[in-house]
Each structure stands twice: as structure tokens, then as C-alpha cells.
Design a protein around this ligand. Structure first.
Ligand SMILES: [Zn+2]
Length: 555
């Protein structure tokens, strides 16, 4: 799942406006339901012969973190293609999109305080960080600059220093535990949520001027600070984990010293001008950088405030790969068998790319393993779907839903940008009419509790009846609400039925999502089996019904 940090806000802004241009369709097709014995077989295969944890272990334990365009990402593209081929899926292949930018692989890393005495540290380099010049040792400076005037105080004082750039973060005892599931009350609230189409137009499609100004202000002050630290010649930049404690660190992409354009009123232009760390040109505008565990970070700041003179040794050795700037999605099919309907497609998937400090288990090897398993269940039972079923495993999701967005543009169509703040115009390919629905799983390890309808009320009675056989497994809720930050949006924003399931949160925000603890052991096997079984049933029934899943219409 894509996280809304400041650069993502700029990225997400681009997705918001076209979505609002679709409203509700009126006609709903008859509800098709698969025979009970087929659903029972799917349940049995999904629970007794499940391969989902085996798939997950290979992706996380063996292949490891899968940063977009890293060699490990490519390996996971190839492994999933070959694995699905082994299961009997057809047309398994890698589809290129991009260019995205360079790959990055960590080769060596150490960080420790070496004076006044040794303190081992919990820290991780940020993705696409440049290397240090060998192991560097420098004085640790707390860069406590909030205003332009504060910057002056640090003039000439950062050269070759290890610079702590974040504020400290107070940690409180955790009395409630980290994991949770949706309560009946949560689910009732979701079920009763209003149709987003009835909300005031553009309610959530445009940012208020105040919010926009706040984002721009944050961008400008962040850029000024980073440019200053860079110009002063710091050796390494260290930031404080923005969330988590007790050994859990949240780490993502490196910060780039951004140019500050003269015109700050054009949000779209501002977004386009941002340099991303995966771009080659960004290398000269980044310092070696890492994120530190909050307990360690806070302690170092307190020691400096007590007057201690700290020295740190840091060695970050990373390798960029520039041979192939293209990103890849893996796709594979179970061909349809109905002469008329086999040209139509039902898609399912999740994103395979991850951040690098853990092994991307809940974000999102879980969704990949579940989608692959759902297809394996249908394939191994020899069910003959009428429509073609296509698994798609995306990359570039973490940097802005890039893989799915490019796929949708290439295969189905795109929303041509409108004038500033105006809805765009939809341009369709021939296959636009051939997609029935896309089902996405990208909210972690939690089991499925229902479906976000994205305002598609015509499809609600169909999904309601498809959840019926899974009541005892906890999946009951249909909400008209939208949910965001995942690849179903690439479909939804051009009016194609794209859905993300409602999932139990488990430890997603508290512990795993983008952290060093996003690993196999945080995955709940029974939840994964439940999710794969329900996804298989949804995909199969979508492939079997006479009509396609109803769509929202352009308003
Ligand atoms: Zn994510």
C-alpha cells in the first residue's frame, strides 16, 4: 500500500480528480451464484491443499526485499512467472512499463557510535541512498533548524559531520497491544457508509487551499533544510523513524535536495518537477542517508544536549543498476472456455515490489501469494471459467501505483489530463469493454471481511450474495465507500470496476507496513487461506456470470 508522505501527496493528487467523474449506473444484472458443490470444492482446496504460505516464504525468505527495479524484483518477476506456469497457467510473462529509473542493492552496512564509548545502533539505509566514501567517522550534530534564521546558526558547522535531521519523538507505553481486527461496530459503520457519489461534488477530489498551502510550505521548508545540509558538505544524514518502537523502524526512499520553483501556485507543475531518488539525476542531489530506531535516535539527541561529544562510524555501500530502466509486471492466465466470452477478462492481483528493510511480507507478498493461490485453486480444480482469468503482479506500486497505471493505460485506456483542477477526457482502447472486474489485495495479512464498492451500488447485490457462503469465515460487509492507496485505483479512475477487499488490520500500521518487521513471521496463515479462498470464489463467479460486473458511468 502506498503511504501518504509528502511526495506521495503530490502523486496522489494526480489520481483524485478523474475518479470523481464517475457516478452510479442504474441497471444491475441478475445475480449469478456458483453451485454449492463448486464453492465447497474451492473451500476445501483453499484450506486443505493450500500453497499460499509456501509461495509467501519463497517471495519473502528466499528472494527477500523487492525494491522496484532491483535485481531481487526482477527475480521475483521471473520466479512468479515460472511458478504459475508450473501450476498450469498459460501465457505467463513479464510485461515492461516505464522507464522507471535505476535499481538499488545494499551491499554492506554498519553504523555505531564509537566515542565517547561504543554504542551499537539500530538503523537502515534509505532506498537509493548513495554510498559513503568507505567507512566514515564524524562528529554527530543535531540539526535543530526550524526557521531560515536557524539555518544561519549551522553555517560552516556541518562539513563531514553525521547530521541528525529529525526531531525527537516521544514514546508512550503500549497498553492496548499492536494487533486488531474489525469489530462488529466498525463493520456496521462501513456497511452504513453513504454512496461517495452523493457526497458534495469534488468533496475529496480537491484539496482545500489551506491544505494545499500547508503541503507547499512543508515542501519548501524541507527542501531548504536538505539543500543547506547538502551545500554544507555533511557526510551522512540520519532521520528518526516516523513510527514504531521496540526495534521496529519504518524506512522508505531517500530524500532528494529538491529545487524550489519560483511559481509555487501550480501544484501539478510542482509535482512534475520533483526529482525522485530512483532517477539518475537525483544521485548528485542526495547525501548518504539512513533511518534510525527512535530509542537510539532520542538518546543521541539527549546526550548531545547534555554536552557530550559523539562520534559515529557509518559505512553504507550500495550499488545502482542502470542496465535496464524499465519496470516489469508479471501476468499469467487461465484461458476462458466460452467461445463468446473468452475474449473478456477477469483480473486479480497485488503488488510485488516492496520497501527494503524487511522482506515485504504484509506489503505486499501477502496479496501476491493470495492472488496466485486463488488462481492455483481454480486451475487445480479443473474449473473451466467462461471468461479468461488473468493474474497481474505489479511493480512500482510504492512509488505511485506505476506498474498498474501503465498496464491499465496500455491495455484499457487513460484519462487525458484536463485543464488545471478540471476532470480529464477518457480515451479507451478496444479492450476497455472486455474487462469485467479487477480484484486487488493490498491491506496486509488480515483476512477478508468484505468489499469496498467504490460507489458501485449496482454490483453490491452480486457481491452480497457471493459473500453469503463465507459468513462463518467472517466476510459479510459490503460498503459503498472508496478506499485508496492501492492498485485497484488505476482501474477505478478510468471507470473500470476495480475493487479492494476490506481486510482486518492486524499489525499493519502499528508494526509491519514499510518497516524492518514486515517479515514472514508477521503473516497469519489462516487469514491468508481465507483470503485466497474468497478471492478464488469471486474471480470464478465473475468469470462465469452471463454479464460483466456493472460499471459506474461517466457523469
Ligand atoms: Zn506499501
Amino acid at each position: 500500500m502506498l503511504r501518504r508522505k509528502i511526495t506521495s501527496v503530490f502523486l496522489l493528487y494526480a489520481f483524485l480528480i478523474p475518479t470523481a467523474a464517475f457516478g452510479q449506473t442504474s441497471s444491475a444484472p441478475a445475480v449469478y451464484q456458483a453451485p454449492k458443490d463448486v464453492i465447497d470444492k474451492i473451500k476445501e482446496e483453499g484450506s486443505k491443499n493450500s500453497q499460499v504460505m509456501q509461495t509467501l516464504s519463497y517471495l519473502t525468505d528466499v528472494i527477500g526485499p523487492r525494491l522496484t527495479n532491483s535485481p531481487q524484483m526482477k527475480r521475483s518477476n521471473e520466479w512468479t512467472r515460472d511458478q504459475m506456469t508450473k501450476w498450469g497457467l498459460q501465457n505467463a510473462k513479464l510485461e515492461a512499463w516505464g522507464p522507471f529509473g535505476r535499481g538499488w542493492t545494499l551491499k554492506n552496512f554498519d553504523a555505531e557510535i564509537v566515542a565517547p564509548y561504543n554504542i551499537p545502533l539500530i538503523a537502515y539505509p534509505k532506498a537509493w541512498s548513495p554510498s559513503t566514501k568507505g567507512a566514515v567517522t564524524g562528529e554527530v550534530v543535531y540539526f535543530d533548524a526550524k526557521t531560515d534564521a536557524d539555518l544561519e546558526k549551522y553555517k560552516g558547522k556541518l562539513k563531514d559531520k553525521i547530521v541528525l535531521v529529525s526531531e525527537t519523538r516521544e514514546l508512550k507505553a503500549n497498553f492496548t497491544g499492536m494487533g486488531n481486527r474489525h469489530t462488529d461496530e466498525d463493520l456496521t459503520k462501513l456497511a452504513n457508509a453513504p454512496d461517495p457519489a452523493t457526497a458534495p461534488r469534488n468533496n475529496n477530489a480537491q484539496m482545500s487551499p489551506e491544505r494545499m498551502k500547508a503541503f507547499v510550505d512543508r515542501f519548501v521548508s524541507g527542501a531548504k533544510r536538505m539543500n543547506f545540509v547538502m551545500q554544507e558538505g555533511a557526510a551522512v544524514v540520519v532521520d528518526n523513524s516516523s513510527n514504531g518502537s521496540g526495534g521496529t523502524i519504518f524506512v522508505s526512499g531517500a530524500s532528494v535536495a529538491q529545487n524550489i520553483p519560483a511559481d509555487l501556485t501550480d501544484f501539478t507543475a510542482l509535482r512534475r518537477a520533483l526529482l525522485q531518488p530512483q532517477q539518475k539525476e537525483a544521485e548528485a542531489k542526495m547525501l548518504p542517508q539512513m533511518t534510525m530506531a527512535t530509542e537510539d535516535y532520542n538518546r543521541l539527541v539527549r546526550m548531545i544536549r547534555q554536552g557530550e561529544n559523539l562520534k559515529m562510524t557509518v559505512n553504507i555501500q550500495a550499488e545502482y543498476s542502470d542496465a535496464d530502466p524499465m519496470g516489469y509486471n508479471t501476468v499469467a492466465e487461465i484461458p476462458g472456455t466460452d467461445p463468446k466470452l473468452k475474449a473478456e477478462v477477469v483480473m486479480l492481483g497485488g503488488h510485488m515490489d516492496s520497501w527494503h528493510a524487511g522482506t515485504g511480507a504484509t506489503d505486499n507478498a501477502a496479496g501476491v501469494a493470495v492472488a496466485m493461490e486463488a488462481a492455483r485453486i481454480i486451475q487445480s480444480l479443473g474449473l473451466k471459467p467462461r471468461r479468461t482469468i488473468r493474474v497481474a503482479l505489479w511493480s512500482g506500486e510504492e512509488q505511485g501505483l506505476f506498474g498498474s497505471a501503465a498496464y491499465v493505460k496500455q491495455h484499457f485506456g487513460e484519462m487525458k489530463p484536463g485543464a488545471q483542477n478540471q476532470p480529464g477526457a477518457l480515451s479507451k482502447t478496444a479492450d476497455y469493454e472486455n474487462l469485467s472486474a479487477y480484484y486487488n489485495l493490498d491491506n496486509g495479512t488480515g483476512k477478508i471481511r468484505g468489499v469496498y464498492m467504490q460507489g458501485n451500488s449496482a454490483a453490491a447485490p452480486i457481491f452480497k450474495s457471493w459473500l453469503e457462503p463465507f459468513k462463518e469465515m467472517g466476510a459479510t460487509t459490503i460498503t459503498l465507500s472508496n478506499t485508496g492507496g492501492t492498485d485497484h485505483q488505476s482501474f477505478d479512475r478510468i471507470g473500470l470496476p476495480g475493487f479492494q477487499f476490506i481486510q482486518d488490520e492486524i499489525e499493519y500500521d502499528t508494526r509491519t507496513h514499510h518497516s524492518n518487521q514486515d517479515v514472514y513471521d508477521r503473516i497469519q496463515a489462516d487469514d491468508m487461506k481465507q483470503a485466497a479462498t474468497i478471492m478464488a470464489a469471486f474471480v470464478y463467479q465473475t468469470a462465469m456470470m452471463d454479464e460483466k460486473i456493472p460499471r459506474k458511468v461517466m457523469q
